[in-house]
Write a protein that binds this ligand. Structure first.
Ligand SMILES: Nc1ncnc2c1ncn2[C@@H]1O[C@H](COP(=O)(O)OP(=O)(O)OP(=O)(O)O)[C@@H](O)[C@H]1O
Ligand SMILES: [Mg+2]
Length: 387
């Protein structure tokens, strides 16, 4: 048992069974149900949230069939595959059939506890979504969350998050909130020249009952556009106190009061950033047209697929700093990754440097005439993003 969930092990291989049961005991967890015959999945109780550790079946039953049967029998099930060999295509298939994680045994046995705990988080989240759907709200009801992310620093995440948020606000007039989730050192405060110390950290005492007035107390609002901005603490020691739970509760409250919530994320993947990505309706992966950035992108896609973050239309690639002198064209990147490119933003530091150095967005006021090419690209992108 872990939290409110049971743990079931479905394995024909006695060696694996023994190793898993023993390891779970050493980390203080108990396997509640060991099933040796894969056709007996019905022994997993249909009403109890269950984390299923599913070892590779030896006979004619396929992994896919077993996952299907498990899901048919129990709505609240988190499946973790235990495989002898894992490669990219196996991971891809696993993601497709809705598996929460894949572990290579025996080599990765030490990761078992972590993976089971992640499985519990998945179950809890799934239950919440299910409850919302039953309540008629639908999963992710309310505002849309759009994240800007890249594994490479300096590719323009902060610049784009800030300017896209502003462009969405000015072109749609909807309620837009920009959140700086680079909790340790920030970035948006400088990009938009915001003065003041108010930050997400101030919400800690009210995080479980967040309402509009709490948010209004710490928001910054840009003078000409009305774009709302929520800053992070930009202090590593305070940032450390903010957890994935804070981010989940914050985003869930923000969806109620805003139409679009734009997130600027750090390069580092930790519980906070992964939770934010997981909560996002759209993940805009920023890549620059050079080999190191492409290398990072490939690693990121693998990771995102592994965690089910790249499914459907959610994951999009945006090429920033496009120039004739680049190593790669937008088409090359599309060909190499096999993922369609959302848009390209031209490289023109001269055109943006005044705005960036003075902490101003490229487009400041509603009726302003846009003369610079980067700003035009950003506005086009914003329109694409909001449809
Ligand atoms: N299209 C562009 N053309 C020219 N310069 C750009 C463009 N986009 C961003 N820049 C510049 O690139 C630099 C890095 O941008 P930014 O700080 O937004 O990157 P980042 O990905 O947020 O970096 P970090 O990972 O450090 O947070 C800035 O000086 C910014 O002005
Ligand atoms: Mg940044």
């Amino acid at each position: 048992m872990i939290g409110n969930a049971k743990i079931a092990l479905l394995s024909e291989d006695l060696n694996i069974t023994e190793k898993v049961v023993q390891h779970m005991q050493t980390v203080g967890l108990t396997v509640d149900n060991v099933i040796e015959n894969p056709t007996e999945v019905y022994r997993i109780s249909p009403d109890v949230p269950t984390i299923v550790l599913l070892a590779e079946p030896a006979g004619s039953v396929t992994m896919e069939d077993l996952c299907g049967a498990l899901r048919e029998g129990n709505r609240q099930v988190a499946i973790i595959l235990l495989l002898k060999n894992v490669n990219f295509s196996v991971m891809r298939d696993a993601v497709k059939i809705g598996v929460v994680d894949v572990l290579r045994l025996p080599d990765e046995i030490t990761l078992l506890e972590k993976v089971v705990r992640d499985g519990l988080r998945f179950l809890n989240k799934d239950q919440r979504r299910h409850a919302q759907t039953i309540g008629g709200l639908g999963s992710h009801s309310g505002g849309k969350v759009l994240s800007f992310y890249s594994v490479k620093g300096g590719c323009g995440k902060t610049f784009l998050a800030a300017n896209v948020a502003q462009a969405i606000r000015l072109s749609t007039g909807k309620r837009v909130l920009l959140i700086d989730l680079c909790l340790q050192f920030g970035g948006i405060q400088r990009m938009l020249n915001l003065q003041g110390q108010r930050s997400i950290a101030d919400l800690d005492p009210v995080i479980h009952e967040l309402d509009e007035s709490h948010l209004n107390n710490i928001l910054f609002t840009l003078e000409h556009s009305g774009l709302n901005v929520l800053l992070g603490p930009a202090k590593p020691d305070i940032a450390e106190l903010l957890t994935d739970n804070h981010v989940e509760l914050l985003l869930s409250a923000c969806r109620r009061y805003f139409d679009y919530i734009i997130l600027d994320l750090p390069v580092e993947l930790n519980k906070v950033s992964i939770t934010a990505l997981n909560e996002s309706d759209q993940i805009i992966y920023v890549v620059t047209p050079d080999s190191p950035a492409l290398f990072g992108l490939k690693a990121a896609v693998e990771f995102f697929e592994r965690y089910g973050l790249a499914e459907g239309e959610r994951f999009k690639i945006l090429v920033n700093k496009v120039s004739k002198k680049s190593d790669l064209t937008t088409k090359d990147i599309e060909k190499i990754t096999g993922i369609p490119i959302l848009a390209g933003i031209r490289s023109d530091y001269k055109a943006i440097k005044d705005a960036v150095n003075n902490g101003r967005p490229l487009w400041e006021k509603p009726k302003e005439k846009l003369w610079n090419g980067v700003a035009k690209d950003v506005v086009r992108l914003s329109k694409q993003l909001v449809g």
